[in-house]
Design a protein around this ligand. Structure first.
Ligand SMILES: N[C@@H](CCC(=O)N[C@@H](CS)C(=O)NCC(=O)O)C(=O)O
Length: 201
């Protein structure tokens, strides 16, 4: 049985829960209270020396990094739809995974953390820099989604799952998506995927 070390506060953990739900993979949740420092206990540090969640323990290996976990889940439990194997397609999905880990992280992800749990912000960016990062991330994602259904391919992939939490919960950080019809339409498409679960489920 898979064990997910996770927190409901964390959008990186939500990415993993969302794909587990979409794939219908059973797992056990192991709540970690990051505000109490539980992500740095010896038990967790041995699974992830980076001292971060999510961690997915497969029983034989402890996987870290939400993007890496999504790829593993897709390969191990999904079909090629979620993580294509053709090299050019795979590179495209990886590029959008990286945009979630960098552009979205520095923008709307950090804006939300600044409001909900400032001690967990990783960048120390000023409000102005964060706003600029957010505007740049939204511009890139809106440009991509204005005329497309899905981020990387013509069907959903792990790239969509990695990006969804930061954009779906952008309003938690007072980020306004009303000028982004492409992103808003795409968010609705993700919400209608069979097995979809929300952040608090
Ligand atoms: N690249 C990692 C980042 C994970 C991460 O930043 N996790 C946060 C929770 S969302 C965390 O554990 N923060 C505590 C810390 O870094 O001390 C991923 O995508 O999983």
């Amino acid at each position: 049985m898979l064990t997910l070390y996770e927190s409901r506060l964390s959008l990186n953990c939500y990415k993993v829960r969302l794909l587990l739900a979409l794939l219908g993979v059973p797992y056990t949740r192991q709540p970690v209270d990051i505000r109490k420092g539980e992500h740095r206990t010896p038990d967790l540090l041995v699974r992830n020396p980076f001292g971060q969640i999510p961690v997915l323990d497969t029983g034989s290996v402890a996987l870290r990094d939400s993007q890496a976990i999504l790829v593993w889940l897709a390969r191990r439990h999904g079909d090629a739809q979620w993580m294509p194997t053709q090299p050019e397609d795979e590179a495209l999905v990886n590029a959008w995974l990286a945009a979630s880990a960098y552009e979205l992280r520095l923008g709307p992800y950090e804006a939300r953390l600044r409001k909900l749990a400032p001690a967990l912000c990783v960048t120390g960016d000023t409000v102005d820099i964060q706003a600029r990062n957010t505007a740049r991330a939204l511009e890139r994602f809106e440009h991509r989604l204005r005329d497309r259904q899905w981020l990387a391919m013509d069907h959903p992939t792990v790239a969509d799952i990695a990006a969804f939490p930061s954009l779906a919960h952008a309003s938690d950080g007072d980020v306004d998506l009303s000028a982004c019809p492409g992103i808003l339409g795409w968010l609705e498409r993700v919400r209608t995927l069979p097995g979809f679960v929300g952040l608090m489920e």
